[in-house]
Ligand binder design. Structure first.
Ligand code: COA
Length: 375
């Protein structure tokens, strides 16, 4: 694959006064300016977005067209929290087909206008209706996965708390992060219970934000290139999964991405993965192959997933502390990896990073996109 990431843009994550249109516009202009190009050079745009439920607006291609003042081929891509990763894959397919030369991928979600109870219901639309009938919400589904992981592998609440502590610490040096506040293991363990064993500080927050990347055919030796991408979708029902403490879609997507890139997990220097709840980070690091199933807790205890460790994970602060504007998240992960590979991340920079990986997950692990970048 010969695809370069030629520009990246990213709004502040958190609570924003801007509407979805202005958030998309800000991220788009950021990516165009970074690429030193103009909207006239962009052939098509993919907009990643989860739900019209938050803002009562689903026709985002037309909203963006109005904001940009241009007529373009703009397509909205929905795939729950993995919308950004799937939109990137669609852009890559379109470029490889020869249809376009420059494609913009813009992810956006504006969530804070909804009360938390309403937001929880809107987000639960990405879960199984059958499981929802039994009271499932995303925090409670991930709580079940955590309980299963604890029982099967001997992990515990403290391992999850250490993930939150690391990601909050990393976000301190990310000016675009929603929470720039250090927390301790005790803070996490003593925070209010959302769905036991998941507590407030194990959760990603409700966030507004947008991110954009310009992807262009050709790539080049001096920039950052997309070298592999894999996508997989599993059943929406977690009860159908043989092992609830696993996300088979992640390992299948990773296998495809590594095969396309012609590298293996040991070659990855920096990773942004989908820690919508801390247990998701633990399961995904195992599914990606950084260790065997059940051994993720050792990597956490040994500090290996810290920025200075040998397997740095979520230097941006992850979804936990950077924030999780659902449709924007997969694109935001790519922005961070591109900035890491360019060496632009200051205090949170992973030293000498040459190869980076993004793992974007939808629902409780049903959709996964793994993308690999190198410079
Ligand atoms: N992490 C850290 N702090 C958080 C937080 C989080 N996830 N969510 C809220 N806070 C902070 C707020 O900033 C606020 O701090 P303040 O008192 O200093 O202002 C305080 O905690 C209370 O905030 P509030 O909005 O009242 O919390 P809440 O109980 O209404 O909502 C959650 C908390 C965890 C329920 C909500 O953030 C949530 O639903 N998160 C999950 C979102 C989700 O499911 N995403 C999709 C994943 S698949």
């Amino acid at each position: 694959m010969e695809i370069g990431i030629t520009g990246v843009g990213h709004t502040q994550f958190g609570k924003s006064e801007k509407d979805v249109g202005d958030l998309m516009l800000e991220a788009t202009m950021g990516a165009l300016s970074d690429a030193n190009t103009k909207i006239g050079d962009v052939d098509a745009i993919y907009v990643a977005n989860f739900s019209s439920g938050f803002e009562s607006q689903c026709h985002l291609p037309a909203v963006l067209s109005a904001k940009l003042g241009v007529d373009k081929e703009i397509t909205r891509v929905e795939s729950a929290c993995a919308a950004g990763g799937v939109a990137l894959k669609q852009a890559a397919i379109a470029l490889e087909s020869g249809l376009y030369k420059n494609v913009l991928v813009v992810g956006v979600e504006k969530m804070t206008g909804s009360a938390v109870d309403d937001a929880t219901k809107i987000i639960a639309a990405a879960a199984s209706k059958q499981e929802m009938l039994h009271g499932a919400t995303f925090p409670s589904l991930y709580a079940l996965m955590a309980r299963a992981h604890f029982a099967k592998y001997g992990s515990n609440e403290e391992h999850l708390a250490k993930i939150a502590v690391k990601n909050h610490k990393n976000a301190l040096s990310n000016p675009l992060a929603q929470f720039r506040k250090e927390v301790t293991v005790e803070d996490v363990l003593n925070s209010k219970v959302v769905a036991s064993p998941i507590k407030l500080l194990d959760c990603s927050p409700i966030t507004d934000g947008a991110a954009a990347v310009l992807v262009s055919i050709g790539g080049g030796s001096s920039g950052v290139n997309l070298v592999g991408i894999g996508h997989d979708v599993d059943s929406i029902n977690i009860y159908e999964r043989k092992n609830i403490a696993s996300m088979p879609a992640v390992s299948k997507a990773a296998e495809k991405a590594f095969k396309m890139a012609g590298i293996n997990v040991g070659d990855v220097n920096v990773t942004e993965l989908h820690d919508c709840f801390t247990i998701a980070e633990l399961i995904e690091m195992e599914e990606l192959g950084f260790c065997k199933a059940g051994e993720g807790k050792n990597l956490i205890d040994e500090g290996r997933t810290e920025i200075k460790g040998d397997t740095p994970i979520n230097p941006s602060g992850g979804l936990k502390a950077k924030g999780h504007p659902i449709g924007a998240t997969g694109v935001s992960q790519v922005v961070e990896i591109v900035r890491q590979l360019r060496g632009e991340c200051g205090e949170r920079q992973v030293k000498d990073a040459q190869v980076g990986l993004c793992c974007n997950v939808g629902g409780s692990g049903a959709t996964a996109v793994v993308s690999i970048f190198s410079r």
